[in-house]
Structures are given as C-alpha cells and as structure tokens.
Design a protein. Structure first.
Lengths: 189, 126
C-alpha cells in the first residue's frame, strides 16, 4: 500500500500523462475492478464501470487536492458514486438492479490453479449476491479500497463501530452461504 | 468466546492480511479460523484477473483518456455520444412533446450529474 506521500509523488511528479496513467492504472486496476465486481453482478457492466471510473479519475485529476483527502479515498469516492449512479440509471429504465448474471467472468483454460481460482471467484460472487447492498458495499470497500474502518465510516455515513459490526456479521453470512453451496472456506487455498 | 471478542480478533487479523501479512500466527477459535480462510480465499481469487481483461481495459481507457473525449456515464451502451446529442431520458421527454428537463451541472471531478447548489458537488464533495 502506498503512503499518502508516495501516492502524491506518483501523480504529480511524472513527466507525461501516459506515465501518470500507467502508474495509477497498474496500482489501482485490481482494486477498482474487484470493488466493482463485488458490487455489480453483470460481467459486462463491471468492465464498463471500471473503464468509466478510471476515465473520471483522469478527467478530474487536475482538481485533486492532496491536502483534502488521500488519493485512494478520493478515487474510491468516485468509484462508489459511479456504482450508485449506475444503479440509479438502471432503476430509471426499469431494469432489475441485482440480477444474477449467467455471464460470469470467463474461466481461462490455462493451468488448473487458474481454473480453480476462477471457479472460486464465481462462487464468491454468487454468495455476495445473497447479501444486502450495504453488506456488499462494506465488504467491497474493506477488501479493495485500502480504506480503514474509520475512512469507510466517513464515506458511507456510518459510525466506525458499525462498520466493524457489519463487516464481521457479513463475513459470517457469506461463509454460511458458501457452505450452503457446498464450498468450504478452505477450498481454493 | 463472546461475539464482541470474536469480532475484534477477526478484524485485527483481517487488517493484518489486507496489509499484506502472510503469517498471522495460530488461530485458536474455529469460527475465526474459518473466516480467515475465507478472507485468504477472497484475496487470492481477487488477484486472478485474466491478462486479456486487464490489458484490454488498459488500452480502451488509455485511448479515451489521452484522446480527451467526453465521458458519458454508462447506461448499458458502449458507444460514445456527443455532448450536445440527446440522451435516452431526454429523447423520451421530446418524444411525448415535453421540453427536455434542464441539464444540471456535470462535476468535473467525479462526473456525476447534479443541480448546482452552493458551488460544491454534493456527490464527491470536491
């Protein structure tokens, strides 16, 4: 995890936009992609939203002020609102908000370990779909944004103590759902 | 073990794993151990994004970013539209003979649409 100073250096001291883009993309792609994937079931929408989030980040980069918030907090605020906007737009055009899509990310046909990881990821996403929206959001932020419980509380409007409670209980539920699917926690490890 | 204690222990281990620790020592409580196994599995599976997806998105985003094109919120379509072209909502208004609703501001930071209030975007606060 980058320190605040390292993040700022990455953004403001690179000589050209392509270098800035590459640095930020390499650093944050996995986290942003997984954050969106934990919150949105539609595989196609995951990619489009990830793209949208990075485009917004770069479009707004000149407005980012390090003294106001750490870069990761700023970035995930954009990510969070992008997902919220996505659900609002879908609600306006009367689509189901959390359909479980048959189009889960395709498993690569390479070595067994990768196939197992992809299958496990699919199980995890099916199980996440059984949780409530707030539970999914808290888990997604905790696992992929790099924010502390206190930061997550600030972003979501919850109390810090509530974040911990929701996280613990959500993970318990997630584990139970996976076990009901016939998968134990240690599968894939 | 009381739930509060279990929760605090689990959250402490979770923070360690998210910070990159691999060995967090022996875990006595069976439930916490099971939850930590789940955390490890989720983190491991989350790293397994196929290269094609990663690189494909990189190319797509970089082209859009460097071209400096208008960013249009995703509505299920992947094509871009010009800034002065009517979107789906506005077309519906026009189709039934109503004037299209006044466009609010688009925040230059997060891209969200909003009606300008007191200068700050109510979405990202910047």
């Amino acid at each position: 995890m980058l320190t605040h100073a390292e993040e700022t250096s990455l953004i403001f001291q690179a000589s050209d936009m392509e270098t800035v883009f590459t640095g930020i993309y390499n650093r944050y792609f996995t986290r942003v992609y997984n954050y969106v994937r934990y919150r949105v079931d539609d595989a196609g929408a995951v990619e489009d939203l990830t793209s949208e989030i990075f485009e917004k980040v770069f479009a707004g980069l000149k407005y980012y002020r390090p003294e106001k918030a750490p870069f990761s907090a700023w970035l995930f605020s954009i990510a969070r609102h992008s997902v919220t906007d996505y659900y609002r737009r879908r609600a306006r055009i009367s689509l189901a908000s959390l359909e479980t899509s048959a189009e889960l990310p395709c498993a690569d046909s390479s070595p067994d370990g990768k196939v197992i990881a992809d299958e496990l990821q699919q199980h995890i996403h099916r199980a996440l779909a059984a949780l409530g929206e707030q539970e999914r959001e808290i888990i997604a932020l905790k696992f992929w944004s790099g924010l502390t419980n206190r930061d997550i509380a600030g972003v979501t409007g919850l109390r810090e103590s509530n974040v911990g409670v929701i996280l613990f209980r959500s993970m318990r539920r997630l584990r139970l759902v996976l076990e009901s699917q016939g998968l134990s926690s240690s599968d894939g490890n | 073990m009381m739930e509060t204690n279990k929760r605090d222990i689990f959250l402490k281990y979770l923070d360690q794993l998210l910070a990159g620790a691999e060995d967090i020592g022996p875990i006595e409580d069976a439930e916490i151990s099971g939850l930590i196994d789940l955390v490890r599995a989720m983190l491991s599976a989350g790293q397994a994004i196929d290269t094609e997806t990663r690189e494909g998105l990189r190319e797509r985003i970089m082209q859009n970013v460097l071209a400096g094109g208008a960013v249009v919120p995703f509505t299920g379509k992947t094509s871009r539209i010009a800034e002065d072209e009517l979107d789906e909502d506005e077309l519906q208004y026009v189709a039934v003979g109503l004037a299209r609703p006044a466009r609010g501001e688009v925040c230059p930071v997060c891209g969200s649409s909003y009606i300008r209030g007191k200068g700050k975007c109510p979405v990202c606060g910047l």
